[in-house]
Design a protein around this ligand. Sequence first.
Ligand code: ZN
Length: 203
Amino acid sequence: MNDCDAIRIGLSARLDGEDPGTSVDTLDHHLSGCAECRGWLAGAERVTRQARAHPVAVPDLTLSILAAVNADRRQRVDDAARNRRQILRIAVGVAAFVQLALAVPVLFNGGVGPHATREMASFDIALAVGFALAAWRPERARAFVPVAFVLAACLTLTSGFDIASAEVQLRHEAGHIAALVQAGLLWALGRGTVLRSPRTVAA
Ligand SMILES: [Zn+2]
Protein backbone atom coordinates (compact mmCIF):
# COMPACT_ATOMS: atom_id res chain seq x y z
CA MET A 1 0.00 0.00 0.00
CA ASN A 2 1.59 3.28 -1.08
CA ASP A 3 1.23 6.62 0.72
CA CYS A 4 -1.75 7.72 -1.34
CA ASP A 5 -3.74 4.59 -0.53
CA ALA A 6 -3.08 4.97 3.21
CA ILE A 7 -3.98 8.67 3.08
CA ARG A 8 -7.20 7.99 1.17
CA ILE A 9 -8.28 5.40 3.73
CA GLY A 10 -7.77 8.05 6.42
CA LEU A 11 -9.61 10.73 4.38
CA SER A 12 -12.50 8.37 3.76
CA ALA A 13 -12.77 7.60 7.47
CA ARG A 14 -12.73 11.32 8.29
CA LEU A 15 -15.50 11.95 5.75
CA ASP A 16 -17.60 9.30 7.51
CA GLY A 17 -16.90 10.95 10.86
CA GLU A 18 -14.68 8.08 11.97
CA ASP A 19 -11.15 7.95 13.36
CA PRO A 20 -8.82 8.46 10.37
CA GLY A 21 -6.10 6.39 12.01
CA THR A 22 -3.51 9.11 11.22
CA SER A 23 -3.13 12.65 12.45
CA VAL A 24 -5.06 15.40 10.69
CA ASP A 25 -1.76 17.17 10.02
CA THR A 26 -0.45 14.15 8.13
CA LEU A 27 -3.57 14.03 5.96
CA ASP A 28 -3.53 17.77 5.23
CA HIS A 29 0.19 17.82 4.62
CA HIS A 30 -0.15 15.03 2.07
CA LEU A 31 -3.14 16.74 0.41
CA SER A 32 -1.23 19.99 0.01
CA GLY A 33 1.46 18.17 -1.92
CA CYS A 34 -0.64 15.64 -3.89
CA ALA A 35 -3.01 16.84 -6.60
CA GLU A 36 -4.30 13.33 -7.24
CA CYS A 37 -5.45 12.91 -3.65
CA ARG A 38 -7.05 16.37 -3.70
CA GLY A 39 -8.99 15.29 -6.79
CA TRP A 40 -9.90 12.02 -5.16
CA LEU A 41 -11.09 13.82 -2.01
CA ALA A 42 -13.23 16.23 -4.03
CA GLY A 43 -14.93 13.29 -5.71
CA ALA A 44 -15.42 11.50 -2.42
CA GLU A 45 -16.92 14.61 -0.83
CA ARG A 46 -19.33 14.95 -3.76
CA VAL A 47 -20.46 11.36 -3.42
CA THR A 48 -20.89 11.75 0.34
CA ARG A 49 -23.00 14.91 -0.11
CA GLN A 50 -25.19 13.20 -2.68
CA ALA A 51 -25.66 10.20 -0.42
CA ARG A 52 -26.73 12.48 2.45
CA ALA A 53 -29.06 14.52 0.23
CA HIS A 54 -30.71 11.43 -1.30
CA PRO A 55 -30.70 8.74 1.34
CA VAL A 56 -31.31 5.34 -0.16
CA ALA A 57 -34.80 4.13 0.68
CA VAL A 58 -34.14 1.13 2.92
CA PRO A 59 -37.15 -1.20 2.75
CA ASP A 60 -38.69 -2.01 6.12
CA LEU A 61 -38.09 -5.74 6.39
CA THR A 62 -39.38 -6.07 9.95
CA LEU A 63 -42.62 -7.79 8.98
CA SER A 64 -41.06 -10.23 6.56
CA ILE A 65 -38.26 -11.07 9.02
CA LEU A 66 -40.80 -11.64 11.79
CA ALA A 67 -42.87 -13.78 9.43
CA ALA A 68 -39.79 -15.84 8.58
CA VAL A 69 -38.94 -16.26 12.26
CA ASN A 70 -42.52 -17.34 13.02
CA ALA A 71 -42.51 -19.74 10.08
CA ASP A 72 -39.26 -21.22 11.37
CA ARG A 73 -40.74 -21.60 14.84
CA ARG A 74 -43.91 -23.21 13.43
CA GLN A 75 -41.72 -25.52 11.38
CA ARG A 76 -39.90 -26.65 14.53
CA VAL A 77 -43.22 -27.18 16.36
CA ASP A 78 -44.47 -29.17 13.37
CA ASP A 79 -41.30 -31.25 13.33
CA ALA A 80 -41.65 -31.99 17.04
CA ALA A 81 -45.30 -32.98 16.57
CA ARG A 82 -44.37 -35.19 13.63
CA ASN A 83 -41.61 -36.91 15.63
CA ARG A 84 -43.97 -37.42 18.55
CA ARG A 85 -46.59 -38.90 16.24
CA GLN A 86 -44.03 -41.23 14.66
CA ILE A 87 -43.04 -42.55 18.10
CA LEU A 88 -46.71 -43.08 19.01
CA ARG A 89 -47.36 -44.84 15.70
CA ILE A 90 -44.48 -47.20 16.34
CA ALA A 91 -45.67 -47.86 19.91
CA VAL A 92 -49.24 -48.58 18.78
CA GLY A 93 -47.95 -50.76 15.95
CA VAL A 94 -45.68 -52.77 18.24
CA ALA A 95 -48.54 -53.23 20.73
CA ALA A 96 -50.76 -54.49 17.91
CA PHE A 97 -48.09 -56.92 16.76
CA VAL A 98 -47.53 -58.30 20.28
CA GLN A 99 -51.28 -58.70 20.79
CA LEU A 100 -51.59 -60.53 17.49
CA ALA A 101 -48.60 -62.75 18.24
CA LEU A 102 -50.14 -63.74 21.60
CA ALA A 103 -53.69 -64.26 20.27
CA VAL A 104 -53.12 -66.22 17.06
CA PRO A 105 -51.69 -69.36 18.78
CA VAL A 106 -54.61 -69.34 21.25
CA LEU A 107 -57.06 -69.17 18.35
CA PHE A 108 -55.64 -72.36 16.82
CA ASN A 109 -54.51 -74.30 19.88
CA GLY A 110 -56.77 -73.04 22.62
CA GLY A 111 -55.33 -71.59 25.80
CA VAL A 112 -55.00 -72.13 29.50
CA GLY A 113 -57.33 -70.59 32.07
CA PRO A 114 -60.76 -68.98 31.93
CA HIS A 115 -59.63 -65.92 29.93
CA ALA A 116 -57.45 -67.57 27.29
CA THR A 117 -60.23 -68.94 25.13
CA ARG A 118 -60.60 -69.05 21.36
CA GLU A 119 -63.40 -66.50 21.68
CA MET A 120 -61.13 -64.09 23.60
CA ALA A 121 -58.40 -64.67 21.03
CA SER A 122 -60.87 -63.72 18.29
CA PHE A 123 -61.59 -60.41 20.02
CA ASP A 124 -57.89 -59.81 20.61
CA ILE A 125 -57.08 -60.40 16.94
CA ALA A 126 -59.82 -58.02 15.83
CA LEU A 127 -58.49 -55.40 18.25
CA ALA A 128 -54.92 -55.93 17.15
CA VAL A 129 -55.96 -55.33 13.53
CA GLY A 130 -57.73 -52.15 14.67
CA PHE A 131 -54.59 -50.93 16.45
CA ALA A 132 -52.44 -51.81 13.45
CA LEU A 133 -54.79 -49.79 11.22
CA ALA A 134 -54.57 -46.87 13.63
CA ALA A 135 -50.76 -47.03 13.54
CA TRP A 136 -50.80 -47.20 9.75
CA ARG A 137 -53.34 -44.39 9.28
CA PRO A 138 -53.10 -42.18 12.44
CA GLU A 139 -55.95 -39.93 11.23
CA ARG A 140 -58.21 -42.91 11.90
CA ALA A 141 -56.87 -43.46 15.43
CA ARG A 142 -59.60 -41.27 16.94
CA ALA A 143 -62.30 -43.64 15.75
CA PHE A 144 -60.74 -46.48 17.78
CA VAL A 145 -60.24 -44.49 20.97
CA PRO A 146 -63.75 -45.05 22.45
CA VAL A 147 -63.51 -48.76 21.61
CA ALA A 148 -60.15 -49.05 23.33
CA PHE A 149 -61.29 -47.18 26.44
CA VAL A 150 -64.54 -49.16 26.78
CA LEU A 151 -62.53 -52.36 26.50
CA ALA A 152 -60.01 -51.17 29.10
CA ALA A 153 -62.86 -50.16 31.43
CA CYS A 154 -64.63 -53.52 31.03
CA LEU A 155 -61.40 -55.42 31.60
CA THR A 156 -60.73 -53.42 34.75
CA LEU A 157 -64.27 -54.21 35.91
CA THR A 158 -63.92 -57.96 35.26
CA SER A 159 -60.58 -57.81 36.99
CA GLY A 160 -62.48 -56.57 40.03
CA PHE A 161 -64.87 -59.53 39.79
CA ASP A 162 -61.93 -61.92 39.43
CA ILE A 163 -60.25 -60.53 42.51
CA ALA A 164 -63.54 -60.91 44.40
CA SER A 165 -63.80 -64.55 43.35
CA ALA A 166 -60.07 -65.14 43.93
CA GLU A 167 -59.58 -66.30 40.33
CA VAL A 168 -57.03 -63.64 39.61
CA GLN A 169 -53.77 -64.48 37.88
CA LEU A 170 -50.94 -62.04 37.45
CA ARG A 171 -50.84 -62.64 33.70
CA HIS A 172 -54.43 -61.46 33.32
CA GLU A 173 -53.74 -58.33 35.33
CA ALA A 174 -50.82 -57.57 33.04
CA GLY A 175 -53.17 -57.96 30.08
CA HIS A 176 -55.57 -55.43 31.57
CA ILE A 177 -52.80 -52.92 32.14
CA ALA A 178 -51.69 -53.46 28.54
CA ALA A 179 -55.24 -52.66 27.38
CA LEU A 180 -55.14 -49.40 29.35
CA VAL A 181 -51.73 -48.50 27.92
CA GLN A 182 -52.95 -49.23 24.40
CA ALA A 183 -56.02 -47.06 24.93
CA GLY A 184 -53.79 -44.24 26.20
CA LEU A 185 -51.40 -44.52 23.27
CA LEU A 186 -54.30 -44.49 20.83
CA TRP A 187 -55.81 -41.46 22.53
CA ALA A 188 -52.48 -39.60 22.31
CA LEU A 189 -52.07 -40.55 18.65
CA GLY A 190 -55.62 -39.44 17.78
CA ARG A 191 -55.17 -36.22 19.73
CA GLY A 192 -51.97 -35.33 17.87
CA THR A 193 -53.82 -35.85 14.60
CA VAL A 194 -56.62 -33.48 15.65
CA LEU A 195 -54.19 -30.73 16.62
CA ARG A 196 -52.43 -30.91 13.31
CA SER A 197 -55.37 -31.43 10.98
CA PRO A 198 -56.19 -27.73 10.21
CA ARG A 199 -52.61 -27.06 9.10
CA THR A 200 -52.46 -30.33 7.20
CA VAL A 201 -55.57 -29.29 5.25
CA ALA A 202 -54.14 -25.83 4.61
CA ALA A 203 -50.79 -27.19 3.38
ZN1 ZN B 1 -1.62 11.28 -2.74
